[in-house]
Design a protein around this ligand. Structure first.
Ligand code: NAI
Length: 213
């Protein structure tokens, strides 16, 4: 795999493969054909073969895929075999909801701290993780090997705070604020927009209604 560029479209599909394979493992399934996987995932078998061929293809003719092996390998590709320390900036509705969601830790995303500017929140804890004031951020990030910052603050403040994060040597930003951050290339940004997902849902509702009129 080394040196080979994998398309972002394939990378976007990998977490879904990982989730399905994890469920198969939990059900005690040891191997699966691309056809069976295709039926479960509602993706064509040729798409699955094509996607997995990117990594040298983990399948064998007449045997299918070894579920555990494929799960482990995709986990490695996604960088999930190592922990990633994370902080949340903005302890409002969304920040607190993320902080309360324990399942991220199961995947190796370890919440180290929560930051805000509201002094009323100072020292409060969410699942044992303390809310701190922004003044502490610059030291906290390197001292705790924080790689990822989830940005859940008003969009007007997002760019300014993202710059502070860059100065603190953060590696990646999980951006929930509805604004483009335009940061240096070495900072990895993943934008999350639930409303876009809702708009796709709305589109599909309309399409379904048209087809079944
Ligand atoms: P909220 O008002 O409940 O919380 C915002 C928090 O950010 C507050 O605790 C506030 O004190 C803090 N804050 C403000 N300025 C700050 C700064 N400079 N540094 C650190 N903390 C600061 O808002 P809510 O509902 O939690 O939403 C947060 C953001 O997430 C908004 O920008 C909202 O539009 C966005 N959002 C995005 C979604 C998505 O799918 N991308 C879904 C829901 C919300």
């Amino acid at each position: 795999m080394q040196g080979k560029e994998i398309s972002q479209a394939v990378i976007r599909r990998l977490p879904r493969y990982y989730r399905y394979l994890g469920e198969l493992l939990e059900d005690g399934v040891e191997r699966i054909s691309s056809n069976d996987l295709s039926e479960r995932m509602k993706v064509t078998a040729s798409q699955i073969r094509q996607d997995l061929n990117n990594f040298g293809g983990f399948g064998q003719q007449g045997y299918g895929y070894n579920v555990k092996h494929l799960y482990t390998e995709i986990g490695k590709i996604l960088g999930l075999e190592q922990d990633h320390n994370m902080i949340i900036i903005g302890a409002g509705n969304l920040g607190q909801a993320l902080a309360n969601y324990a399942a991220f830790e199961k995947r190796g995303f370890v919440l180290k701290g929560i930051f805000d500017i509201n002094p009323a929140l100072k020292g409060k804890e969410i699942r044992g993780v303390k809310i701190r004031m922004m003044e502490e951020l610059g030291r906290f990030v390197p001292e705790n090997n924080v790689e990822i910052a989830a940005l859940t603050i008003p969009k007007e403040k997002a760019i300014e705070v993202a710059r502070v994060l860059v100065d603190s040597k953060i590696r990646a930003i999980w951006n929930f604020a509805h604004t483009d951050l335009n940061l240096p290339e070495h900072i990895i940004v993943e934008n999350v927009h639930l409303s876009e997902s809702l708009m796709r849902l709305s589109y599909n509702i309309c399409r379904y209604n048209e087809e079944h009129r």
